[in-house]
Ligand binder design. Sequence first.
Ligand SMILES: NC(=O)C1=CN([C@@H]2O[C@H](COP(=O)(O)OP(=O)(O)OC[C@H]3O[C@@H](n4cnc5c(N)ncnc54)[C@H](OP(=O)(O)O)[C@@H]3O)[C@@H](O)[C@H]2O)C=CC1
Ligand SMILES: CCCCCC/C=C/C(=O)O
Length: 490
Amino acid sequence: MSNVKTDIREIGLYINGKYVPAHDEGTFDVTNPATQEHIARVSEATEEDVDYACQAAREAFENGPWRTMSVQERTEKLRKMADIIIERKEEIARYDAMDVGKPYESTVAHEIGRAANNIRFFADFVEKQGGETYPMGEEYLNYTRYEPVGVATIITPWNVPFMLTTWKLGPCLAAGNTAVIKPAENTPLSVSLLGEIAKEAGIPDGVVNIVQGQGSTVGTAVTTHPEVDLVSFTGSTATGKKILKGGADTLKKVSFELGGKAANIIFEDADLDKAVPSSIRAAFMNSGQVCLAGSRILVQRSIFDKFLEKFKNAAMDLKVGDPQEKGTDMGPLVSKEHYNKVTSYFDIAEEEGATLICGGKRPDLPDHLANGYYLEPTLYIHDDSKSRICQEEIFGPVVTLIPFDTEEEALQIANDTDYGLNGVVWTENLQRAHRISHNVRAGTIWVNCWFVRDLRAPFGGFKKSGIGREGGEHSMEFFTEAKNICIALQ
Ligand SMILES: NC(=O)C1=CN([C@@H]2O[C@H](COP(=O)(O)OP(=O)(O)OC[C@H]3O[C@@H](n4cnc5c(N)ncnc54)[C@H](OP(=O)(O)O)[C@@H]3O)[C@@H](O)[C@H]2O)C=CC1
Ligand SMILES: CCCCCC/C=C/C(=O)O
């Protein structure tokens, strides 16, 4: 079976270097959230398929050339993979636009380049990686090797399917592990291409495998399989807990990037010409379906009205529409189920006494988009930081403005959450910027900017936003076992 491209795409599982149907030939359908059109029929992995994929990954790890080939040879193949991703970036971005509803223009301009860079960066990283040596006088010498762990499961969410998968696959493969990837069921298209991309890059069969299907079945099977040594997961906190429990019996090593509810704190001395457009991006990029979204905007009372007016005008200027079209800022939400979840917060907000400033409904759109899951950028004001709209991850184009008076109050509100993925501070006062950055309990703090990424930096969450860190040496630490070798010299 090939990864055939017709109007309705037929997508197989990718196991041991081939696209194959499921054992029982079962499939599931994928729809385009912009229109509800049926766009793909995807093989749904059974437990036998998951077992076949995990065994293939194990065999490739133990007996294939991947783990033992020279770093130069391995990284050459990874760089080739990155080159192919760039060559095929339009196609990959079209796929993300089709099943996620992600605006094509920004995906092709930013996300796919980042995806290629995720692979290239870790190829470069391992090539430069050294080890430690600890001489014990003239008698003994210790030296350290960083060896691959084994078979990794990579589970990614629907909001950024391709880029987030490569963010894990890059260090996984660079370290010499093999992988079984399970993309989100709603958005299998772009990630399915990684099989043929790996093959073309010369990566041996069995090193990259892709199983498709539901989280509750295929996800559970692949994260509890005895041949799987480590699980790198990005998704919700609720699923993270299940994976941790399911992996306990076989002591799987885990790295979790989970949900968020970031505070974006705007002090009265902030440069609003920068803070407003950046806060708009933080609120509404990817229709707000972003773990790092600045969904709680804390604004100092003395500038509250001024900020509100500018922010509201900018939000209402965003173009909501067809993700395939140029100029679209916000596409639809990913699915009916998710649309229902997000819109349920409109009732919750009303019950909680929040003030609706704009949005809270579907936009008027042309007939061909009448069935899409679109929402207007939605803005509330609420001063109860304990309310559900201020506490829960809505994961849609819905943000709440919360007024504050003092720095202490801003910090108290910012930290009043179970999450701790990231925070944002806008101020021209250097001392205050440091103070706030040190005291917000989150894995990344952006000062006078948002979502600026250096792939060497640690990335991950405090509290219920994750376990472990990704990025540079942090990813490599997860995907390797450090081994000490002690040699008697006399
Ligand atoms: N911290 C970070 O870097 C990021 C975090 N996220 C978080 O991801 C979440 C959004 O994604 P969402 O899809 O709703 O999250 P889910 O946790 O529902 O799904 C994420 C992935 O896990 C799979 N999955 C679901 N149940 C299980 C299970 N029991 N065992 C194994 N795998 C399972 C899903 O498959 P299926 O879809 O088929 O059910 C999907 O592939 C948000 O909370 C967001 O904050 C998103 C991006 C970045
Ligand atoms: C629309 C892009 C959102 C990306 C969210 C997660 C980012 C992770 C990373 O940069 O590694």
